[in-house]
Design a protein around this ligand. Structure first.
Ligand code: UN1
Length: 493
């Protein structure tokens, strides 16, 4: 059986615990590998390695650090298909989406490599003569990365690449469900020539490894993507230690369809947003706010198309919807469907664990649509993280905006309309970190900030130039070449 190991100080090694757990293929139930289960001591060793490696890494010129990132980009590109296959086997999304996700990491690698020659600060005119004023970015130190299974390489790339190009070292705990791809990504860093100790991979549970990372005094910042519950806990613990934390924690994203929308286009956006990655995206479409004048048409068209969504093993190119990650997820989704029914929502399609010969060993849930959902129902407020979407009728853009903004999350929203005035109003008023016009709620590109408002995060962003803010401190520098004491705000007035 394949064994997945930790990577600490440039060595692949087993945890001191000697314990392993299994990695499952969620489509087939097959065991893919055994992964080492680490202890606090493994984290201690990883932090020591990271701290010591970072001391010299911070002095390497950023364009030179970036050379390694370009190499990472080329290697990811070369191995795209192989990585996509691993991704799909390990977490289930269909292979096309797996390829798309690896592409997202490739894009991020090229983009962040480019930052090695930008990383702009400001130069500003000093208020005093013969004095120079500027700001530069400096690394924070050691970054603790805690990443989810739903985008196992894209999100890891959003965090590790900016951390490294800005001169930090990393201790990384990937999700327990997706350690194989994490190890492959680290292998690429190794092959690209990243000096030892700069990326350390420690596999294991959130309660042991995650907590040890969050609380370790040698780790200066935490970047986390995952559930709201875990994010809050991390924020509490890390906050007490005055550690910087960047959190991204999900959504309850809505597509608004106005009466003047291209309904066919909206149908495409809804199916892709709600059922792509089996609804297990932070950006998944889980509410549709449809104008009552086009509600019937939209529902009819959704029902016509939903049958085309073939379920199965994502490695089969004809499959459109893969499994959900595990049994407990399947149970949680089924529980939400039960709640929706009890709340009085009308089940339009799906609603059950999917069965069939080829599905029986995997975790499959039928694409599910509820309609006549009230905005305050639990299925319309809570993140389900599965292939379930709720249709809520509306009568105006104002009402849609209010419902859109009424949930605790604020990641992504979308509007379908042909009216440019309403589109701009929506762009202004939808209270989410990402807004789409005439496109669904998923499909973020890496050169813009990714993240959200309210319960989705804590003000930080992944990807884009904004991600540099997570991994750097600003240093303001004044150089006085006047040869005398010049008192700011005093001698010039
Ligand atoms: C996530 O949902 O966790 O915008 C990340 C998208 C992808 C990234 C999603 N590019 O859907």
């Amino acid at each position: 059986m394949k064994k997945v190991l930790n990577f600490i100080n440039g060595e692949w090694c087993e945890s001191t615990t000697g314990k392993y757990t299994s990695v499952w293929n969620p489509a087939t139930g097959e065991v893919l590998a055994e992964v080492t289960q680490s202890s606090k001591e493994d984290v201690d060793r990883a932090v020591e390695a990271a701290k010591s490696a970072q001391k010299s890494w911070r002095l390497v010129p950023a364009p030179e650090r970036a050379e390694i990132l370009y190499e990472v980009a080329y290697l990811l590109k070369q191995r795209k298909e192989e990585l996509a296959q691993i991704l799909t086997s390990e977490m289930g999304k269909v292979i096309d989406e797996g390829r798309g996700e690896v592409q997202e990491a490739i894009d991020m690698a090229f983009y962040m490599a480019g930052e090695g020659r930008r990383m702009f600060g400001d130069t500003v005119p000093s208020e005093l003569r013969n004095k120079f004023a500027m700001s530069v970015r400096v690394p924070v130190g050691v970054a603790g990365l805690i990443t989810p299974w739903n985008f196992p390489i894209a999100i890891a790339s959003w965090k590790s690449l900016p951390a490294l190009v800005t001169g930090n070292a990393i201790v990384w705990k990937p999700a327990t469900e997706t350690p194989i791809l994490a190890a492959e990504f680290v292998r690429i860093y190794e092959e690209a020539g990243l000096p030892k100790g700069l990326i350390n991979l420690v596999h294991g549970s959130g309660s042991v490894v995650g907590n040890a990372i969050v609380e370790h005094p040698g780790i200066d910042l935490i970047s986390f993507t995952g559930s709201n519950e875990v994010g809050r806990e991390i924020n509490g613990r890390a906050g007490a230690l005055l550690k910087r934390t960047s959190l991204e924690m999900g959504g309850k994203n809505a597509i608004t369809v106005l009466e003047d929308a291209d309904v066919d286009l909206a149908v495409e956006g809804i199916l892709w947003g709600a059922f792509g990655t089996s609804g297990q995206r932070c950006t998944a479409t889980s509410r549709v706010l449809v104008h009552e004048k086009v509600k019937e048409e939209l529902e009819g068209k959704l029902l016509e198309r939903i049958g085309e969504l073939k379920l199965g093993n994502g490695l089969d190119e004809t499959v459109k919807v893969g499994p959900v990650i595990n049994r407990s997820s399947l149970e949680r989704i089924a529980e939400y469907v039960k709640i929706g029914r009890e709340e009085g929502a009308k089940l339009l399609a799906g609603g059950d664990v999917a069965t069939g010969e080829e599905l029986e060993n995997g975790n499959f849930f039928s694409p599910t649509i509820f309609t006549d959902v009230k905005p305050g129902m639990r299925i319309a407020m809570e993140e389900i993280f599965g292939p379930v979407v709720s249709i809520i009728p509306i009568t105006s853009l104002e009402e849609a905006v209010e419902i859109n903004n009424s949930v605790e999350f604020g990641l992504s929203s979308a509007i379908y309309t042909k009216n440019v005035d309403r589109a701009f109003e929506a762009m202004r008023d939808l209270d989410t970190g990402i807004v789409y016009v005439n496109a669904g709620t998923t499909g973020a590109e890496i050169h813009l900030p990714f993240g959200g408002t309210k319960g989705t995060g804590n003000g930080h962003r992944d990807s884009g130039v904004a991600s540099l803010d997570v991994y750097t401190e600003w240093k303001s520098i004044y150089v006085d070449y006047s040869g005398k004491l010049q008192r700011a705000q005093i001698d010039n007035y």
